[in-house]
Design a protein around this ligand. Structure first.
Ligand code: SAH
Length: 228
């Protein structure tokens, strides 16, 4: 399967069954136990990023690109804290949902701007580029290019999270609940931390802060890297 196929499948998934599933997981309504576990795990990743950026004390000065923003789980709180956020996602449905949530939380604020866009087609220059839990949709061979592109958009910093390859067995379990039923065709890719770090370094970025979120069904390694 080539990456175009992968990407089309991912896009279609997040515009159909994946949208319904993830909108609920990334929401606050009732969900099953597995989904609740994933919701809580993901929220911890989001909270860690918010905590890091708040500690720096300069959010209102930052322009942030949130690549693969989903329903805005990170973009909206960052905008509420004063950052200028440019959020995008390949799924139109996710972006529509993100816009609705932003309207409810932020009103007609221009602090969070949402567009439908393949992250590899993004251009511009941002203080910080963030990409959470998107790499799982990229095979390692394509991760190189994808991370390099995100680095080219970042003036100072890149923050990304991915499912680490070391937890392979546990992840395999999770995949079953990630992509149930007919949408199982959507693959989940794990990445070795050493590979991701090397790509970042090849693009001039060096790891500063890191975190790991691990619940029963959710595994996510989070790295912040800055330009030397
Ligand atoms: N970053 C968000 C959403 C994670 S879910 C969060 O942490 O809350 C993964 C998202 O990545 C989905 O919304 C999916 O549509 C998006 N995505 C996958 N491949 C993409 C690509 N090539 N370009 C942009 N978005 C992509």
């Amino acid at each position: 399967m080539n990456v175009a196929d992968d990407k089309t499948i991912v896009q279609e998934y997040f515009n159909s069954t994946g949208f319904d599933r993830w909108r609920r997981i990334y929401g606050d309504g009732e969900v099953n136990k597995v989904q609740l576990d994933i919701r809580n795990g993901h929220q911890r990743t989001v909270d860690t990023v918010i905590d890091w950026l708040k500690k720096d004390g300069n959010l209102p000065e930052l322009s942030i690109c949130d690549a693969g923003c989903g329903v805005g789980s990170l973009s909206i709180p960052l905008a509420a804290d004063g950052a200028q956020v440019y959020a995008s996602d390949i799924s139109e449905k996710m972006v529509t949902e993100a816009k609705e949530r932003a309207l409810q939380t932020l009103g007609n604020s221009e602090k969070a701007i949402f567009t439908v866009q393949d992250l590899e087609a993004l251009s511009g220059s941002y203080h910080t580029v963030i990409c959470l839990d998107v790499l799982i949709h990229y095979p390692q061979a394509k991760a190189d290019e994808m991370i390099a592109h995100l680095c080219s958009l970042a003036q100072s910093r890149i923050i990304m999270s991915f499912a680490p390859k070391t937890c392979a067995l546990s992840i395999l379990k999770k995949i079953g609940s990630f992509f149930p039923g007919p949408s199982k065709a959507t693959r989940a890719y794990l990445h070795r931390e050493a590979d991701v770090v090397k790509i970042l370094e090849n693009n001039g970025f060096f790891v500063q802060r890191q975190a790991m979120t691990k619940t029963r069904f959710y595994y996510s390694r989070l790295l912040e890297a800055t330009r030397k």
